[in-house]
Write a protein that binds this ligand. Structure first.
Ligand code: FMN
Length: 342
């Protein structure tokens, strides 16, 4: 068997190990999948301008996100339904992420309850919240997350409706019986709120003191509104190409968001990160850290918690290599002068 040295090998292995419906669910985007492809492809529009003869001894990759230390600037993006991929599901991915000494964002749509996820990992956690038509459902989740030790609430804003994954729908695939959202009971109506506005942040402020993050921002205009509504961080994201097809690839949206925010809140990116050089590029464009969705899921499908830790370790090693070869002794040295758009 080949040694696994790149994240893409986990993708191939995962594809051969999980059943077709599960693969289709995680791999799919929406519509004609322009955004799904664009997220990955857009990273190739950026090139590095390496500096030479800069001593880089060790390359320090440690940073903080909202004050929480992480060992590399890569976190686990919130993804639901992980028991489709591995029987231990989110407990394993959270544990693997914690073992890599980085932060895990638990999804509202997890197949493991938020309390079980919290007890499965030693690493820091944020909770991803959908705003439900039944407001009380969202409220209960926030209170439970607070109780269970989650450190922030990530509010997903790009989902007034769940995106239609045509690839999945066309095959008439559905989930097996035992795959269900674990944070709710079957009788609860978890339809998302399609009428919500920016006042959701004012409402959330009345029920929690945890920092709030806005996930799914792609424009300077919305970044400004998010800052005005008191968020502590912004995640530039198009939901991995799973909501609005033809929405801007996230790395192309990042510069305008960074420019609009002017350092007032932390800016992160997810979508299309597949290597340490992708992480490097996102940081050079102003992201404080990035999140990975599918790469983490591929690791989980292939080798459970261990696979997830290994995915982070591969990204860590590649980032270290990129830093050493471009003259960056620390993350703070990864500046816009090291990147060119072409
Ligand atoms: C299978 C799957 C499930 C997802 N579930 C959620 C979710 O429950 N909540 C959410 O905010 N984002 C969800 N996302 C989006 C991810 O948080 C993230 O934005 C995206 O996966 C990043 O792109 P990448 O997969 O290219 O890394 C999901 C993505 C995938 C692939």
């Amino acid at each position: 068997m080949e040694t696994i040295v790149q994240v893409s090998q986990y993708e191939e292995l995962a594809r051969s190990r999980v059943d077709e419906a599960a693969w289709c669910y995680i791999a799919s985007g929406t519509g004609r999948e322009q955004t799904l492809r664009g997220n990955v492809a857009a990273f190739e529009q950026f090139w590095l301008r390496p500096r030479v003869l800069v001593p880089t001894a060790g390359c320090d990759m440690g940073t903080t996100v909202l004050g929480t230390p992480i060992s590399l600037p890569v976190m686990a993006a919130p993804t639901g339904f992980q028991k489709l991929l591995h029987p231990a599901g989110e407990a394993a991915s959270a544990r693997g992420t914690g073992l890599a000494q980085t932060l895990y964002v638990a999804s509202s749509s997890a197949t493991t309850s938020l309390e079980e996820i919290a007890s499965a990992t030693s690493g820091p956690l944020w909770f991803q919240l959908y705003m439900y038509k039944e407001r009380v459902l969202s409220e209960q989740l926030v209170r439970r997350a607070e109780q269970a030790g989650y450190r922030a609430i990530v509010v997903t804003l790009d989902t007034p409706y769940y995106g239609r994954k045509e690839r999945f729908a066309r095959k008439n695939y559905s989930f097996p019986e035992h795959i269900a959202k674990a944070n709710f009971s079957a009788e609860q109506d978890d339809t998302v709120d399609s009428e919500m506005g920016w006042d959701i942040f004012d409402w959330l402020r009345t029920i929690t003191d945890l920092p709030l993050l806005a996930k799914g921002i792609l424009t300077a205009e919305d970044a400004e509104l998010a800052v005005q509504h008191g968020v502590a961080g912004i995640i530039v994201s198009n939901h991995g190409g799973r909501q609005l097809d033809a929405a801007l690839p996230s790395v192309l949206a990042l510069p305008e968001v960074v420019l609009a925010v002017q350092g007032r809140v932390e800016v992160y990116l997810d979508g299309g990160i597949r290597s340490g050089t992708d992480v490097f590029k996102a940081l050079a464009l102003g992201a404080r850290a990035v999140l990975v969705g599918r790469p983490m899921l591929w690791g989980l499908a292939v080798a459970g918690a261990q696979g997830v830790t290994h995915v982070f370790d591969i990204l860590r090693e590649e980032l270290q290599y990129a830093m050493a070869l471009s003259g960056c002794p620390a993350l703070s040295a990864i500046t816009p002068s090291l990147i060119k758009h072409q």
